[in-house]
Design a protein around this ligand. Structure first.
Ligand SMILES: *[C@@H]1O[C@H](CO)[C@@H](O)[C@H](O)[C@H]1NC(C)=O
Ligand SMILES: *[C@@H]1O[C@H](CO)[C@@H](O)[C@H](O)[C@H]1NC(C)=O
Ligand SMILES: *[C@@H]1O[C@H](CO)[C@@H](O)[C@H](O)[C@H]1NC(C)=O
Ligand SMILES: *[C@H]1O[C@H](CO)[C@@H](O)[C@H](O)[C@H]1NC(C)=O
Length: 601
């Protein structure tokens, strides 16, 4: 149920105190009067309080917004300063516009909404769509922006970082109109945080976020909406819900989705259970909690251990899946079987045209981030599609999609997506896998021999070859040591012309990855050091976060094999020779003193 453009919101004010509703109504009556007397639409404003403030250090904003400890954000004016700086930098342009607002359900989101609404109203925003209970998954917000042509949206999330008063909080602004470039916006926000002197708050009451409905305060409107509705409508356009429903209700099929007490808990029920008919018991940790139940909502083999334990037990579901804090990433498991994110994007791409109605006229192209395995390239080659290799960061995919060059894309870091939106999309990936299973099993009678996740992977590898892949992270390496290792690698690369032998491998290219965006011509350089070998194997090094707390060295290793007799091998076993080579070539242990990685994915 939704109420559009209500003039007086008294009738939706049931949950407010009588005093508050009265205040709202009087504002609205005044709004009407001014409409009648001046014959101008929306000239009447609510009162605006100006509160002096001072710049606060450390509000440097990146393309993914601002992320700090929750306590820091809760400090006096900290959030308000940043929000004010954002609206200052948007200036006149944001006046009269509609934006979206929501988050991943973490602690402090609901409080933050009230502050943001007051500053947005004072800045001249016309309308804000807020998710009920301040909930909005990142991909669902992208869907909302596109379906309702919003000016932009604010998303409150610190992705997979833990939530709670002692943990993390974050906010980012997604600017949809594309101009000026996001970097220019983020620089401007930062600039304003450094010279900010006053905050402007509209004197409007707190909005009840627990009820759907529209609230009008003068010429400002807040509409509390169902955060699932637009997103679900979009998914229904992408997937064959009838096929999925028929499949899910089979007594010999089971799916298990772990929402990790994060935002997809609010989506899994309406989508998997209500719309697709999965039993309620197939969703675990399905209630979004402000502290994610004390967990780390990161869908990987370590943190989704509940699900992993289940999938390696006698009670394993046919498809096991998990999503992260804000709903943009995913992990896919079969019965005692892990689909690497690199394989997932390749397998979805290979099956998309047949199994997913949205792609029925074929794919426009595919893309992967540079460190992601080349499995997708093999699919593209056989299907005659263009495959783009881009730096890490979703905006590179977004550009390709806006230009109509890419339909499906993915990253090794558990991000998979398509051009129905401009973010990675966790539940989309789950429905994509369900679609493949449903389609492949459409003629298998109940009780017959089902095509499993593992079968799909084995068939895929038989057809395209297998790109064994693993990532080694060395966290907290001394920055200087890491830099020296990179210098050393650059020297090795300089000597590794095509045809050079490194151990048993013959170099095809050894370079530092640089990318020229085919759409806007921008250049991203120094995106990682790569050794690509003639047999399709690769060794890649990337360095991140060289700061006081040290750097993280990421080593990505990939071994290609077209020989089906190897395809059942354990990845670490298959990769052992090339890992050994990578460590020799880089002298990693010598430089960093590390015998073992901190994490192996
Ligand atoms: C504050 O910083 C912004 C962004 O750098 C700049 O555009 C603006 O002119 C500055 N305002 C004042 C009063 O210095
Ligand atoms: C690595 O250690 C070995 C043995 O200590 C030494 O001979 C070699 O020079 C070192 N290499 C580098 C690059 O530091
Ligand atoms: C899983 O995610 C956590 C939290 O982001 C990370 O610290 C850990 O290294 C990851 N583990 C694996 C196996 O990727
Ligand atoms: C914001 O979202 C829109 C719609 O999904 C997308 O087109 C745009 O690229 C996004 N912008 C950024 C900076 O993420």
């Amino acid at each position: 149920m939704r109420y559009y453009h209500s003039v007086c919101s008294c009738k939706h004010a049931g949950a407010w105190s009588p005093l508050l509703s009265l205040a709202v109504c009087s504002v609205n009556l005044e709004a009407n009067r001014s409409f009648l007397t001046s014959l101008h639409i929306s000239t009447q404003k609510f009162a605006v309080s100006t509160v002096p403030t001072q710049p606060i250090e450390g509000q440097k904003t990146g393309t993914s917004g601002l992320r700090k400890k929750t306590k820091v954000f809760m400090g006096e004016n900290y959030l308000a300063n940043w929000i004010q700086a954002l609206f200052n930098s948007l200036g006149e342009e944001v006046k009269g516009k509609t934006i979206g607002l929501g988050g991943d359900g973490r602690y402090f989101n609901k409080e933050a909404v009230q502050t943001i609404l007051k500053i947005a109203a004072a800045a001249g925003v016309k309308k804000v769509f807020v998710g009920r209970d301040a909930i909005f998954a990142t991909p669902a917000m992208s869907a909302l922006i596109r379906r309702r042509s919003l000016y932009g949206a604010l998303i409150m999330s610190a992705s997979h970082n833990p939530g709670g008063p002692e943990e993390d909080w974050g906010i980012k602004f997604n600017y949809s109109s594309g101009e000026p470039a996001p970097e220019r916006i983020t620089d401007a926000i930062y600039g304003f945080t450094k010279n900010i002197s006053e905050l402007k708050f509209a004197d409007i009451p707190e909005t009840d976020l627990s009820q759907l409905g529209s609230h009008t305060y003068g010429d400002f409107e807040v509409e509390v909406i169902d955060p699932v509705e637009d997103y679900l409508a979009l998914l229904k356009e992408v997937f064959d819900f009838d096929l999925l429903r028929e499949f899910i209700k089979r007594p010999d099929f089971s799916v298990e989705f772990d929402a990790m007490h994060a935002v997809t808990g609010a989506y899994a029920g309406p989508i998997l259970v209500d719309a697709l008919g999965a039993p309620g018991s197939s969703i675990r940790n399905g209630t979004p909690l402000e502290d994610f139940g004390g967990g780390h909502p990161d869908p990987n083999l370590t943190y989704a251990h509940d699900l992993v334990d289940l999938q390696w037990s006698e009670n394993a579901a046919d498809l096991g899946a998990a999503s992260d804090g804000d709903g943009d990433r995913n992990m896919i498991l079969g019965n005692k079987f892990f689909i690497t994110p690199s394989d997932s994007v390749a397998m979805i791409a290979a099956n998309a045209q047949e199994c997913i109605p949205y792609f029925k006229s074929g794919l426009k192209g595919v893309a992967r981030s540079m460190p992601t395995s080349g499995a997708t390239d093999r699919v593209a080659e056989q299907l005659g599609l263009k495959c783009f290799e881009v730096p890490t960061g979703w905006k590179f995919f977004g550009n390709l999609m806006d230009a109509g060059l890419c339909s499906i894309c993915g990253e090794e870091s558990f991000g998979t997506g398509a051009d129905h939106i401009r973010e990675k999309d966790g539940l989309w990936a789950v429905l994509a896998w369900l679609s493949i299973l449903a389609y492949r099993n459409r003629d298998v009678p109940v009780g017959g021999k089902k095509v499993t996740v593992e079968d799909i992977a084995m068939e895929h590898w038989a057809k395209f070859g297998r790109n064994f892949f693993s990532r080694y992270d060395y966290e907290g390496v001394e920055s200087e040591a890491a830099n020296k290792m990179v210098e050393h690698l650059r020297e090795v690369m300089a000597k590794s012309s095509p045809g050079t032998k490194l151990g048993d491998y013959e170099v095809q290219t050894a370079d530092e990855f640089s990318y020229t965006d085919p759409v806007d011509g921008s250049v991203a350089s120094k995106q990682g050091l790569r050794f690509v070998f003639n047999d399709g194997s690769r060794i890649i090094f990337r360095l991140s976060g060289t700061g006081s707390s040290g750097a993280t060295v990421r080593l990505y290793i990939e071994q290609y094999s077209s020989d089906p007799s190897t395809h059942k091998m354990d990845a670490q076993e298959a990769l052992a020779p090339i890992i050994k080579l990578a460590l020799e070539v880089s002298q990693l242990t010598n430089f960093t003193g590390r015998e073992k990685p901190t994490v192996i994915t």
